[in-house]
Design a protein around this ligand. Sequence first.
Ligand SMILES: C[S@@+](CC[C@H](N)C(=O)[O-])C[C@H]1O[C@@H](n2cnc3c(N)ncnc32)[C@H](O)[C@@H]1O
Length: 565
Amino acid sequence: MSKQKLELTWIGKENQPVLEPRILIEDPDKSYGDNSADNMLIFGDNLLALKALEQDFAGKIKCIYIDPPYNTGAAFAYYDDGVEQSLWLSLMRDRLLYLHNLLNKEGIIFCSIDASELFYLGALFDEIFGRTNRIEVIAWKKSYGGGAKSKYFVNQHEFILCYAKELSCAPLLFLPADKSATKYYKYKDDKFETRGPYRLQPLATTSMDDRPNLRYPIIIENGIEIWPDKQWQWSKERVSEALKNDEIVISQKQEKYIVSYKQYLKNEDGDERLSKPKSVIEGAYTQHGTYESIRLFGLKNKFSFPKPESLIWQLIECCTISGDWILDSFIGSGTTAAVAHKMGRRWIGIELGEHCHTHCLPRLKQVVDGTDQGGISKAVNWKGGAGFKYYYLAPSLLKQDTHGNWIIDDCYNPDMLAAAMAKHEGFRYDPDTESYWKQGRSTEKDFIFTTTQFVTLELLDKLHEEMKQDESLLICCKSFSKSCEGRFSNIDVKKIPNMLLGRCEFGREDYSLNIINMPVDQESLKPNDMTDGTDHLFPSEATLPEKRTRRKKKSDNNQLTLFDT
Ligand SMILES: C[S@@+](CC[C@H](N)C(=O)[O-])C[C@H]1O[C@@H](n2cnc3c(N)ncnc32)[C@H](O)[C@@H]1O
């Protein structure tokens, strides 16, 4: 029998596109704020955009959050995600492969999904990220009401898959202290000044793990031995140290001794104890995201079902620090970028729909100006600052003329062509200010030069004269004299487009899920969402960051099809 492996299969799984490495072009009129800021808003299909980012960002992204179309068949206001399941899996697989490559080895990826594709998407993630790197399948309680029309269950939750790139390198995940637990810290001792109040926690554990070294007697006065029913949580050495430091409390209830340890609110440095993120996220609801969107764009133009900022805050906060790179390749109305920006992280957001301009751009400008005071702004004390650059994908480098011959697209000027060729050939485009032919480099001594001129023997000899003996050069040109071939061992001359043909797919602009502009659903804001007496404009305190910094270092009705597949 042939060797078999357990894997998910679907129609067309074997077809993987070979993508053209496109260059990204900045539109300075749309970039905003401090122009030294690294943040990137990219307009275009995310598969091509992820490929475009690969050269500079492979292994650099610390946290990825994606909220792809769920393939529920439901038509939302700004996209239609009713794609046939095999196609949806292929589209997701292609993107996840690039996301995996972009993630840092200490990085974490989160992916929102609902029950309709949870099992298939989970199997896909297991295949790409590795089952052993699965950290959690988070249940996100997305709503607190509804259900009047539901036939069976009132569905109130979605899922967020959480995987590490490499579990052994992943950071421990922490959120700031859980304020709702502070009330349990009622006792004081002489360490109060630095360690704050404490609470008592049982030292004995009911864990069934067989750990013989955790089963020993604690001996108190008169030589009385106290044994745990199963075992203690701490080793003998740690307990004797804690006894010496007056951090163990022994009480007696009838005949039985109870051994507790003091759990202080603060650690030895006086910092409050952090809490671990919970596998069930409550208190940050879809309704909050909707109200945040209404606040930004008005009821008529609100984005349908954006994620609430406090939800994204929790995901970013638990695994990154200031300055880390955050990526969302389905940025929608820009929530992840807005949150990452307010948290001092660097971000990349990609969006294919026109709402990149109608929603993301104005929202992120308000964030930069500090005039967006919704979402997490107040909690993180956001006053504005930094900036972002707006990019779009260059068109395909090659196109076919009327005779079916591949030619360079005429919108490529010499600089664009040089940048594109450098990218195709794996060189970093970085034109030298002194030597015009050093347009990019792959190493300190290996250069690329792209020219639209006919390369003559004289030009080649001149270049060779200027080169140092240990330097090498790749010349990409439209045509060259036959006598240039093999003239110098350290100079390679190649013809565009021939040198590129067959390497990847040219002329294909769209690898997308079908995006459709639908009429905005004015009814989605049901009155019963607002009538339970609480102020649902804001998430509950427990899900918002506290005002402090932690861990220093670091429409139309025409259903216009924008991007047909
Ligand atoms: C569920 S929405 C994301 C909402 C977002 N989390 C928010 O809070 O606003 C998914 C987004 O992915 C975008 N999208 C779908 N296919 C895409 C593609 N191929 N490239 C880029 N964006 C895409 C859709 O246009 C839509 O805006």
